[in-house]
Design a binder for this molecule. Structure first.
Ligand code: HAM
Length: 429
């Protein structure tokens, strides 16, 4: 097939067999968030390139290597959003949603774009469900975000499949001091660093901490650690978070090397990881970004949030066989109609039934066909009943109702009584 008729590498169609799982995840999440008082926000997929360059930071992989950036017809540089936080902060500022210290608890979902090397769990168009909270400076909200994700894992049956990693990045001053100490330590060992880490030593030295290179990791064993450089206020904040997680019984591992790949973080960072998906095991990640609103020119406003990768969650549910069976329920009934007059009557009858029976799943055979072929389609649809409408039935205003899932007898039901019959069927299901 010619290349232009294939989807772009790393950008996937989500086919009808999969969409029920996506809907299940999205509705489970939306219902959960309703219960915590969060509101949905819908944001554009395109933003000015500068928003991401400033927000996520020059020197990060996302900004330097992974953005889909182009000039529009007006010669403005635009970028397909690689993540949701920068756009959300922009919208909150633009519409004054955080003015006067107003607390905002927001969530969003949708596609994100990064030019990464595609592999299992890593795509160029992927989807996130994210949450951002503004004007809540204390560790109580960090804890709430973690608690609500833990509740989501429980609802999805994933509680035993994921673990929580936590770290504090401290204030920007503490981080700068630590960065200097780390750079000094690694400069002395420059030749032993892998090539990527050598480059990062000038662009983004903290990212060397999560290098996958074994020799680099060995070098880091004796390196200064961020926790030794934490400022007092950040230390207290972190202790406050840990105490709250302890109080509600959420287990965590402190990972001093967890630094995250985006520049806006300070203080709390966290990741939920699984060992069931190979290399792309982070299913949800986030942290605090108290400096970002100020950096965009707004009044200093505390912010904290996270985003989860929907593809990774779908993969995890499938891998662990945790997809609920009843996600795409079969129709209750399938109408087979024979002859033009019956086809017209079938359409009218179906619409009347849909008016009268809430929740009814009713299919009407399309395209005519023999008795045998229509019956076969009715059976294949998984419907409980075939409703048969031919010339005789039309004349006596009945349908032949044939059970398809048990050996019950076919019986004639008057059109007027059909709604009641199907309502009982909907209720049973
Ligand atoms: P992130 O760690 O870059 O953070 O992405 C969050 C999650 O999105 C990842 O943990 C992963 O599950 C998923 N993800 C990221 N890249 C890909 C990819 N190429 N393919 C599939 N899934 C992917 C952020 O984006 C921050 N905005 C999160 C945040 C919100 N922090 C504060 N608020």
């Amino acid at each position: 097939m010619s290349k232009s008729l294939q989807a772009i590498r790393g950008m996937n169609d989500i086919l009808p067999g999969q969409t029920p799982i996506w809907r299940y995840l999205e509705t489970t999440f939306a219902q959960l968030l309703d219960g915590y008082g969060y509101s949905e926000i819908r944001l554009p997929i395109l933003e000015f390139t500068d928003l991401f360059a400033r927000g996520i930071g020059e020197g990060t992989d996302v900004v330097d290597k992974e953005m889909y950036t182009f000039l529009d017809r007006n010669e403005e540089s635009l970028t397909l959003r690689p993540e949701g936080t920068a756009g959300c902060v922009r919208a909150v500022l633009e519409h004054g949603l955080s003015g006067g210290g107003q607390v905002q608890k927001l969530w969003y979902t949708g596609p994100m774009f990064r030019y990464e090397k595609p592999q299992k769990g890593r795509y160029r168009q992927f989807h996130q469900i994210g949450v951002e909270v503004f004007n809540q400076p204390g560790p109580d909200i960090d804890a709430e975000l973690i608690v609500l994700t833990a509740r989501l894992w429980k609802r999805l049956g994933l509680a035993d499949a994921v673990t929580l990693q936590l770290n504090s990045l401290g204030s920007s001053e503490a981080r700068a001091e630590y960065r200097d100490a780390l750079v000094a330590y690694l400069r002395e060992r420059f030749d032993q660093l892998d090539e990527d880490s050598q480059r990062r030593l000038t662009t983004n030295p903290l990212r060397i901490l999560d290098s996958k290179n074994a020799q680099t990791q060995a070098l880091l064993v004796g390196a200064p650690t961020l926790s030794d450089y934490l400022d007092e206020a950040s230390r207290e904040h972190f202790e406050g978070l840990k105490a709250r997680l302890d109080a509600v019984g959420i287990a965590y591992q402190i990972n001093p090397k967890l630094v995250r790949g985006l520049d806006y973080y300070g203080r709390t960072v966290f990741e939920w990881v699984t060992d069931k998906l190979g290399a792309q095991g982070t299913v949800c990640a986030g942290g605090r970004y108290d400096g970002l609103v100020g950096q965009f020119g707004g009044k200093p406003t505390p912010g904290v949030g996270f985003a989860m990768g929907v593809e990774r969650l779908v993969l995890l549910l499938e891998t662990l066989a945790l997809v609920p069976e009843a996600l795409s329920p079969a129709p209750h009934a399938y109408i087979c109609a024979f002859g033009e007059a019956a086809e017209l009557a079938a359409l009218e009858l179906a619409e009347r039934l849909r008016d009268r029976v809430p929740g009814l799943r009713l299919l009407v055979n399309g395209g005519g066909g023999s008795f045998k072929s229509q019956f076969k389609k009715a059976d294949k649809s998984g419907a409980r009943f075939a409703l048969i409408l031919g010339e005789d039935e039309l004349a006596s205003r009945v349908v032949g109702c044939k059970p398809l899932r048990d050996d019950g007898e076919q019986q004639n039901i008057a059109w007027d009584a059909l709604a009641e019959h199907l309502a009982a069927c909907v209720e049973q299901a």
